[in-house]
Design a protein around this ligand. Structure first.
Ligand SMILES: *Cc1c(COP(=O)(O)O)cnc(C)c1O
Length: 419
């Protein structure tokens, strides 16, 4: 990722030195690059140029309003999984007719909000959800365009916690029930089944599972059309992976060619919902070394970021590159270090025995590829304030979510009358 590169020995985000941002906002913080966001968008959306394809950015990967707006400016729609995300997308300037609402447990209130906003499509994942939506929409006197998310029973070959397309996963309707479910929907008021949706998981590094799932969707499309349903759209989800370490990845062009080879002659509008691939490598997490601790057999680099700020290593055993912000001398020897945060959990470990140049208290480190599923999954565990998010654009940078004050965190809570 060339936008996060050393210049004169200092790691920069575009033309902004991470040391300068750290001085201005304190540590830890997330830092996103506008140029990287735009380049990722251009690579992905550009691969589908001229086709009847809508790209709906999966907001859950990074839902900061400034990130959503950066994509909205380029013509992005949004894939949302809650009313909160839908309102973020609308507030960031995504037109409602480019918003898809996904998720296995939409409440009636969320359905009402989506129908009032007039979004493009709701992706329904069960019969009870279908019945609820039918009631809500008919009660409002509207008809909702819907897809069913089908579960194609395909192994995405990714981490178990982010695989969603096997029949034992909670997502979607079983492929073998799809005909019955579409028939049921066609008989209900307030809903119009116009699409088939699929999303088999995240951080896929191989096209084969996508291809298998999309072929099943194409087969189903023919069956449903034969049954008399007017299916005009396919929603093929997200899931394309990024390079965290040394993964070999299909390019957006390879991915697009695979999609087009399957959908090109189906006469359908295609929606895609990329998240990670648009934001993952466009962000870093910057932390400061608090202590270097020499254990009996290992050295610990204790930094001021923790699992509550970036949970991916603890949750998914994921790998993030770790670089000193001030470049080490080219002849510096490396030492294996356990990079850990201050939270009272052994799981608060970013890396084990990672070779790093000699580090000292006060030194800054950057965790690479932290733009997706980083800030959005953070929590206030250990009463650690959510860390700021910063967006860089050339030499400019702006705080796009400030660090809350501890006073405000405490002030948000209430004592019951008896205390
Ligand atoms: C999470 C999710 C996405 C985005 O997944 P990425 O791996 O970030 O591309 C797309 N669609 C649905 C339905 C999702 O749940």
């Amino acid at each position: 990722m060339t936008v996060f590169a050393y210049r004169n020995g200092i790691l920069h985000a575009e033309d902004a030195a991470l040391t300068a941002i750290a001085d201005a906002v304190g540590t830890p913080f997330y830092c996103y690059s506008t140029a990287a966001l735009r380049a990722n968008w251009a690579a992905f959306a550009g691969a589908f140029a001229g086709q009847d394809v809508g790209v709906c950015y999966a907001v859950k990967a990074n839902s900061n309003l400034a990130v959503i707006r950066t994509f909205a400016e380029q013509g992005a729609g949004a894939d949302v999984v809650s009313e909160g995300e839908m309102r973020r997308a609308l507030a960031a300037g995504v037109p409602p007719e480019r918003i898809v609402f996904s998720g296995v447990g939409k409440t009636r209130d969320e359905m009402r909000a989506a129908l009032s906003a007039g979004i493009f499509q709701l992706n329904v994942e069960s019969i009870p959800e279908l019945e609820a939506l039918s009631e809500v929409a008919s009660g409002m006197g509207v008809t909702a365009d819907i897809a069913f998310r089908v579960n194609p029973d395909v192994d995405a070959k990714t981490h178990a916690k982010i695989a969603t397309g096997k029949k034992e996963n909670k997502f979607g309707i079983d492929y073998d029930h799809a005909r019955d479910v579409y028939a049921r929907a066609a008989a209900l008021p307030g809903v119009r089944p116009v699409a088939i949706a699929v999303h088999i998981g995240s951080q896929l590094t191989d096209l084969a599972p996508f291809r298998a799932a999309f072929l099943r969707v194409a087969d189903l499309l023919h069956v449903l059309r034969t049954d008399g349903h007017d299916i005009r759209r396919l929603d093929l989800g997200g899931g394309l992976g990024i390079r965290y370490k040394d993964e070999a990845l299909p390019s957006p062009a390879d991915y697009a060619a695979m999609v087009t080879s399957i959908t090109g002659n189906l006469g359908c509008h295609v929606t895609l919902e990329p998240g990670r691939t648009l934001v993952g490598n466009a962000g870093v997490l910057v932390a400061r070394t608090i202590y270097v601790k020499q254990g009996l057999h290992r050295q610990f680099l204790i930094v001021d970021a923790a699992m509550n700020d970036l949970i991916r290593p603890a949750l998914y055993d994921s790998y993030h590159g770790i670089r000193p912000v001030v470049e080490a001398a080219s002849d510096a020897t490396t030492v294996p270090m356990d990079v850990v945060g201050p939270v009272c959990e052994s799981g608060d470990t970013f890396a084990l025995q990672r070779p790093l140049p000699p580090m000292a208290a006060g030194d800054l480190v950057a965790f690479d590829s932290a733009g997706a599923y980083g800030a959005v999954m953070s929590s206030g565990y250990n009463t650690r304030p959510l860390i700021p998010e910063v967006m860089v654009n050339g030499a400019d940078f702006a705080v796009i979510r400030p660090r809350p004050r501890i006073e405000d965190i405490l002030a948000a809570e209430r004592m019951p009358g008896w205390l």
